[in-house]
Design a protein around this ligand. Structure first.
Ligand code: BGC
Length: 803
């Protein structure tokens, strides 16, 4: 307590100085040396502001005005100083004779700032960088690089006059068919949390906000506004919440966006246990919580907005709920005190924003520098899945390029995770920029695409996209003739396969989606047969939003590059890898299973869910695999996979040696940790980077556990041939811990732990090092009963995959 008082005094003095500045919305810098401008400081000011507001003004703060002037009749944001066309929403301001708080602007998203590239009656352009998709960034396993991407993205947010970015997306890639997996990082919560924290830190280093989303359980798109996730608290804690927890712990983002779905019968944004007890009380989150757009059935339920306020969901987006909120106050189901608290949470963050501080944005972020960084980040994430001496392709070799995707190249997914970029470099163009290509073939595919493409109107404010059935080679005399010539005149075949997906719909385990279409199989077979007959190699490039089957056709390819969606320079990036200008160092942050049937959530009960009211739409999704998601399942239940989590090839080879536990302070309890080191040596002949991973196999005392769990990772710098680097991995007790539902505690169980320092989650040939924990460590106590299964639902009927 005695420590606390002087600090309060400073804040009080600062409040006295700064409150006089509220009228201008600017803070007085003259007292800056005396003030720590942390959340406590801004909260004090926010409380002073809110104390001067009418209930009507407070309700304006907690309920946004609508989307970019389009959603509601009277939706001009209050005290908007300037607009940025295409933003997704706003936080209202206040303007009266006592207060002058400018409105704040909120814009998507996970692959870059989503605002309109052009504006009516304005010759300027406002294009933003289309960065590699989230899954590709995570595959870099490079938090420093992701932080740089965040910093550059945040610069665009700031210089285009926006205040809060609605990103990163941090849901778990539970099932490969989730349409929005491209926005997300990984099937693993540690990767999700670490990459997410790096992104938040980068974005917020500009003095703009970052919003981690969608908290939590938005792991499918089918009936996403109403879907009910049924699962056990341990499942949610260890897998679906943990990435968010790590990001809050490490980066304390300005904002959290709650998800659309229900968990165990109640919308997440109406669950006080999730939004207040877990997020704020247990994790210490200081920021603002906003709803997803129109989430919690606000348009169908007049009481929804009040229920969200009461749960601690501070801001209803895009808004329009003032009348309903006032009615709830009149009816006694919402108090002014609650609204005050919500408004304070919001204004605490708003004060840090560029709009509040009257930042004179340039509309001129450094797009050229960002393009270079985007290309670097994408090439560092692309994963070389297979390479039978086909890559890199030497200078002077000529390419025959196949597949309509080389023309119809996808820079990113659809929906709010899309970006209005100035350009997209197709794979055809990128390869032509770097190699001599067969132009007759490229001309054929350009014409074929122009003739056969099908336009799909953009969803969620996005641009139109195109699909186009692949051209078969068999029974197609034009393409057959071109193939016959190409195989004589070109050295290597490069086949592009594309898959688009996005917000609002899931993918299917069908031909043309998770599986290759018959036409694609025909193309790969025909090209491979022809080129292999001449002793020439075939490379397949996957320009996909997520996992597709590789087991049925992978043997026909000599090399497979998982390019994902690399943003605006996708084609050039593919050329960078194929040429060897960049040595691939990406590794999978999601498993490529042997088949869709092997996915632990592949039963329809688990994904996309059970239609309980027979309206043709799934209502309940059972998290039947519990904590056994992704590699946790495949490794524990000995399932063969096509490509394991953590796997990726390089043009060089790496040796792992001297793995050792160098410190074990776990006897200190919750504050303790274990430290490991290992030496990585470039044992091949070209320079490259290696992402090393530490998987832990924990003793089972009270709790069953996956065979292995990722507990740390690190990436080397670029090592020259023969060079070595010693990597250090620190695993704090809280990361080692498992959730014990019987005591509502995070615990580290006693016994001997095996740690595998490994190149992937396939640890079969890795000798583990060990460390011991003498007695159980209780890392933290949690809220009793939080996230409990609905009354009458038995855990054993929900979680059917158990050890
Ligand atoms: C998406 C969010 C997005 C919001 C605003 C919603 O449909 O789920 O991720 O930030 O729209 O565009």
């Amino acid at each position: 307590m005695s420590n606390f008082k002087p600090q309060l005094k400073i804040v009080t003095m600062a409040v006295a100085v700064a409150i006089s500045a509220l009228m201008t919305g600017c803070n007085d810098n003259s007292s800056e040396h005396a003030v720590v401008k942390d959340d406590a400081y801004y909260k004090s000011l926010a409380e002073q502001m809110v104390a001067q507001m009418s209930i009507s003004e407070k309700l304006d703060i907690v309920s946004g005005p609508g989307m970019d002037f389009t959603t509601f009749a009277n939706n001009t944001p209050i005290n908007l100083l300037s607009d940025a066309s295409g933003v997704a929403g706003y936080i209202n301001g206040v303007k009266n004779d006592k207060l002058d708080i400018p409105a704040a602007k909120l814009a998507d998203g996970p692959a870059g700032l989503r605002i309109n590239g052009t504006r009516d009656g304005d010759s300027g352009t406002y294009y933003a960088t289309a960065w590699p998709i989230g899954s590709l960034l995570a595959s870099t396993w490079n938090t420093d690089l992701v932080q740089q991407v965040g910093k550059a993205t945040g610069e665009e947010v700031k210089e285009y006059g926006v205040d809060l970015l609605l990103a990163p997306g941090m849901n778990i890639q539970r099932n490969p068919l989730n349409g929005r997996n491209f926005e997300y990082y990984s099937e693993d919560p540690l990767v999700t949390g670490k990459i997410g924290a790096a992104m938040v830190e980068g974005v917020e280093s500009n003095g703009v906000g970052s919003t981690i989303k969608h908290f939590f359980g938005n792991n499918s798109e089918t009936n996403r506004n109403y879907i009910n996730d049924i699962g056990e608290p341990r499942t949610f804690r260890e897998i679906y919440l943990r990435g968010f927890q790590i990001a809050v712990d490490e980066a304390q983002p300005w904002a959290v966006m709650t998800s659309y779905n229900k968990v165990n019968g109640t919308y997440v944004n109406q669950r006080k246990d999730a939004v207040t007890h877990i997020l704020r009380d247990e994790w210490g989150f200081n920021g603002l919580v906003m709803s997803d757009w129109f989430a919690g059935n606000v348009m169908g339920d007049a009481n929804s907005a009040a229920a969200q306020m009461n749960a601690g969901n501070d801001l209803i987006e895009p808004g329009g709920q003032k009348t309903n909120l006032q009615a709830s106050i009149d009816a006694g189901s919402l108090t002014e005190g609650q609204v005050t608290q919500n408004a304070v949470h919001i204004l605490t963050q708003v004060q840090k924003s560029p709009s509040y501080n009257h930042y004179a944005f340039s509309n001129n972020p450094d797009l050229n520098a960002h393009a270079v960084l985007a290309r670097q980040a994408a090439t560092e994430g692309m994963v070389l899945l297979k390479n039978n001496a086909a890559l890199p392709i030497a200078n002077g070799k000529t390419l025959a390029t196949f597949g309509v995707n080389q023309v119809n190249t996808y820079k990113g997914g659809t929906g709010s995770g899309d970006v209005h970029a100035a350009y997209t470099v197709s794979i055809a163009k990128g390869l032509a920029n770097r190699f001599t290509v067969n132009s007759d073939l490229q001309d054929y595919y350009s014409t074929y695409f122009a003739t056969n493409k099908v336009e799909h109107a953009g969803s969620f404010g996005g641009a139109s996209t195109y699909s186009c059935d692949e051209a078969t080679v068999t029974n197609n005399s034009d393409l057959s003739t071109l193939l016959t010539t190409a195989v004589q005149t070109n050295d290597t075949a490069v086949i592009s396969i594309g898959r688009q997906a996005g917000e609002g719909a899931d993918r299917t385990n069908a031909k043309g989606d998770y599986l290759l279409s018959d036409q694609e199989v025909d193309m790969i077979t025909s090209v491979a047969d022809a080129f292999h007959a001449q002793g020439k190699k075939v490379v397949v490039v996957l320009n996909v939003n997520g996992v597709i089957d590789t087991s049925a056709w992978g043997d026909k390819a000599d090399a497979i590059l998982l390019a994902y969606m690399g943003g605006q320079d996708t084609g050039n990036e593919v050329a960078d890898i194929l040429s060897g200008d960049v040595n691939p160092s990406g590794k999978l942050a999601q498993t490529f299973p042997g088949s869709y049937a092997d996915v632990p959530s592949s039963s329809s009960r688990a994904f996309p869910g059970v239609d309980t009211n027979s309206d043709g739409t799934p209502d309940d999704v059972y998290y039947n695999e519990g904590i056994y998601v992704g590699y946790r399942y495949y490794s524990t239940f000995d399932k063969t996979v096509s490509y394991p989590f953590g796997f990726g090839l390089s043009y060089t080879t790496f040796g792992y040696s001297d793995a050792a536990v160098t410190a074990n302070t776990l006897s200190k309890g919750a504050q303790g940790s274990v430290t490991l080191t290992a030496t990585i040596t470039n044992t091949g002949s070209v320079a490259g980077k290696e992402a090393a991973q530490v998987y832990v196999s924990a003793p089972e005392v009270k709790l069953k556990k996956p065979a292995i769990e990722l507990k740390a990772f690190a990436k080397t710098s670029k090592l020259d041939a023969g060079a070595t680097e010693k990597l250090t991995f620190n695993i704090p007790a809280k990361i080692l811990a498992s959730f014990d539902p019987s005591s509502n505690e995070w615990i580290v169980e006693p016994g001997t732990y095996k740690a595998y320092v490994s190149a992937s989650s396939n640890v079969t040939d890795v000798t583990p090092v060990t460390f011991t924990v003498d007695k159980e460590i209780v890392v933290s106590h949690t809220t009793a009963g939080a996230l409990a299964l609905p009354e009458g639902v038995d855990a054993a009927t929900v979680t059917t995959i158990t050890k």
